[in-house]
Design a protein around this ligand. Structure first.
Ligand code: NI
Length: 207
């Protein structure tokens, strides 16, 4: 009974759409489309990536996304105990920055930990220093990290080691590097397997 009632409404809907199309109501005329700014169309459809964050830099100073306005941000989430993905990504970012030469100064490379329980500012500072002097390590409270990760649509989860202690765990995490513009808006993203050459070339198009 329920289904047949639904089916009837469905058929009615199709008939209404067909009639509307025939009468020209359903099809947008070009003039209507032109009235909507391209930018508004884009923002209505594309999910936002990024947004505000408040975190602690590797010197223990509170920083927000606003502190980086005027510079591009290259944002990568990970953790210092990461066995392979993070070291690879940070090496790639470091090499891309070196290829840009002086233009690299227009970019703030940010490494945000998803493991703030172990990644203290001191730990972050020591770690990012291994890769590139300009990389800024960011940590914070569990809540601050969670908000930042949500903004960037980054997934992360603690994976406990079997038979290990409370500190024996790894973090599963999204391994995408985001490029944000000087206005803080999303520009591009790089997957984990993007080469330093590819990243440098793409960055040059924006700088
Ligand atoms: Ni990692």
């Amino acid at each position: 009974m329920r289904f047949s009632a639904l089916a009837r409404w469905g058929i009615l809907g199709v008939v209404v759409i067909a009639i509307s199309a025939a009468l020209g109501f359903y099809v947008h005329t070009p003039s209507e489309v032109d009235l909507v700014p391209a930018r508004a169309q884009q923002s209505a459809e594309a999910p936002t990536i990024g947004g505000p964050f408040t975190l602690l830099d590797h010197d223990g100073k509170t920083v927000t996304d606003q502190d980086f306005r005027g510079r591009f941000m290259l944002v990568f989430f990970g953790f210092t105990y990461c066995p392979d993905v993070c070291p690879t990504s940070l090496t790639t970012i470091a090499e891309a920055l070196d290829m840009l030469g002086k233009d690299a100064g227009k970019i703030a490379p940010l490494f945000v930990t998803v493991d703030p329980e172990r990644d203290t500012p001191e730990q972050m500072k020591m770690y990012v220093g291994h890769f590139h002097p300009s990389i800024i390590g960011l940590t914070g409270s569990l809540d601050q990290i969670d908000r930042a990760a949500r903004g960037y649509r980054v997934y992360y989860a603690k994976v406990m080691e079997e038979d290990g202690g409370a500190d024996d765990y790894l973090m599963d995490h999204t391994a995408i590097t985001y490029l944000m513009g000087p206005d803080g808006e999303f520009r591009a993203f790089f997957s984990h397997d993007t080469t330093p050459q590819e990243i440098a070339q793409r960055l040059r198009e924006f700088l």
